[in-house]
Write a protein that binds this ligand. Structure first.
Ligand code: HEC
Ligand code: HEC
Length: 276
C-alpha cells in the first residue's frame, strides 16, 4: 500500500516535471508575465526582458521575480532603481514555485536572441478626430456607458483619489502621467488586459471593445500632455474637488461622532426626554 502511494506521488511529480519542461515554461510566461513584459518586442508595463540575464545575476533574478516588493523594501539598489524608472508600478508576486520561476527564466534566456530586433509598435491612434477624444472623455467620466458594462474609469481614477485612498490595499493612480511613462503600447496593454488585481477584477467578463480602447487612448494621450505638467480637463478637476470636499465633510463627521461619545450621549438623552 505504502509503495503504491509512493509510486503514485513519484509518478505525479515526474509527469509534472516533464510537462513543465515542455510547454509549461511558455504557458507560464504567457499567463504570468506576458501581460506586462515582452521578450524583444519592446516595453509594455514592465521592461523588455530580452537579455535580462546580462543585466542581473541569476540569484538576483530569482529573488526579484519571487517577490520584487520584498526586494525593494529590503533596499536593494538595483531593484529600487528599476522601481523608480518604471513609475513605481508594482510587479505582483507570481505565486509560482521556485522551479517554475527557473523554468520561466530559462525560457526568457532561450528567447532573448530570437526576439531581438523585432518590429516596432505602430500607433493605432494616429489620425484620431476630436470626436474620438470627446467620446473617450465621456467614457472615462462615465457619461457614456461601456458596451460590456465595465465600470467607468473615474470611479477609481479620480485625479485626487490618491490623497484619500493612498494606503497599500488600494492605491489608485492619477493617470495624467501614464501615457508619458508607459507609452501608447503600455497603456493599451493595460486597457486590453488589466494586470492590476483590482482593475482586472472590475473588468473581468466586461472587456472594453476595440473602439472604446481607441477612444480612451486618444483621451488619455491628449489630457496627459507631456507628463511633466499634466492637466486634467477642468470638468474632471471640479468633480474631484467637489468629491474631496464631500469626503472631508464625511470624514470629519465620522471622526466627530466617534470621538465624542458625550455628544452621542447628549443626543440620546434628548431623545429619551422627548419620548417621555
Ligand atoms: C503587473 C505587471 C507585471 C507582471 C505581471 C510581471 N512583471 Fe516583471 N516587472 C514589472 C515592472 C513594472 C517592472 C519594473 C520594476 C518595478 O517596477 O518593480 C518589472 C521588472 C522585471 C524584471 C527586471 C527587468 C530589468 O530590466 O531589469 C524582471 C526580470 C521581471 N520583471 C520578470 C518578470 C517575470 C519572470 C514575470 C512573470 C513571472 C513578471 N516579471 C511579471 C511588471 C510586471
Ligand atoms: C475598480 C477600480 C478601477 C477601475 C474601474 C479602473 N482602474 Fe485603472 N487601475 C486601477 C488600479 C488599482 C491600478 C494600479 C494603480 C497603481 O499601481 O497604483 C490601475 C492602473 C491603471 C493604469 C496604469 C497607471 C500608471 O501610470 O501606472 C492605467 C493607464 C489605467 N489604470 C487606466 C484605466 C482606465 C482607462 C480605466 C477605465 C476604462 C480604468 N483604469 C478603470 C483600478 C481601476
Amino acid at each position: 500500500m505504502k509503495r503504491t502511494v509512493f509510486l503514485f506521488v513519484f509518478f505525479h511529480f515526474w509527469v509534472n516535471g516533464v510537462l513543465l519542461a515542455q510547454n509549461g515554461a511558455q504557458d507560464l510566461f504567457n499567463t504570468k508575465c506576458g501581460i506586462c513584459h515582452t521578450i524583444g518586442k519592446g516595453k509594455l508595463v514592465g521592461p523588455d526582458l530580452a537579455g535580462v540575464q546580462d543585466r542581473h545575476p541569476q540569484e538576483w533574478l530569482l529573488n526579484f521575480v519571487r517577490s520584487s516588493q520584498k526586494m525593494i523594501a529590503s533596499g536593494d539598489s538595483a531593484a529600487l532603481a528599476l522601481f523608480e524608472q518604471n513609475n513605481k508600478v508594482v510587479m505582483p508576486d507570481p505565486m509560482i514555485s521556485d522551479a517554475e520561476i527557473e523554468s520561466v527564466l530559462a525560457y526568457i534566456l532561450e528567447n532573448s536572441a530570437a526576439g531581438a530586433g523585432a518590429v516596432a509598435y505602430t500607433s493605432i491612434i494616429d489620425g484620431a478626430t476630436p470626436e474620438d477624444f470627446e467620446n473617450g472623455r465621456q467614457l472615462f467620466e462615465g457619461r457614456v456607458r461601456f458596451a460590456n458594462a465595465g465600470p467607468s474609469c473615474i470611479t477609481c481614477h479620480n485625479g485626487l483619489a490618491k490623497t484619500f485612498f493612498n494606503d497599500n490595499s488600494f492605491s489608485v493612480k492619477d493617470l495624467s502621467t501614464s501615457f508619458a511613462n508607459l507609452g501608447e503600447q503600455g497603456v493599451r496593454a493595460i486597457l486590453e488586459n488589466p494586470p492590476f488585481p483590482v482593475m482586472k477584477q472590475a473588468f473581468t467578463g466586461k472587456n472594453l471593445t476595440e473602439a472604446e480602447v481607441h477612444d480612451l487612448l486618444v483621451f488619455l494621450k491628449k489630457s496627459g500632455g507631456s507628463g511633466a505638467q499634466a492637466k486634467m480637463p477642468s470638468g474632471l478637476l471640479l468633480f474631484g474637488l467637489l468629491g474631496a470636499g464631500a469626503l472631508v465633510l464625511l470624514y470629519s463627521a465620522l471622526w466627530y461622532s466617534r470621538k465624542s461619545r458625550s455628544v452621542n450621549h447628549g443626543i440620546y438623552k434628548r431623545q429619551i426626554k422627548s419620548l417621555n
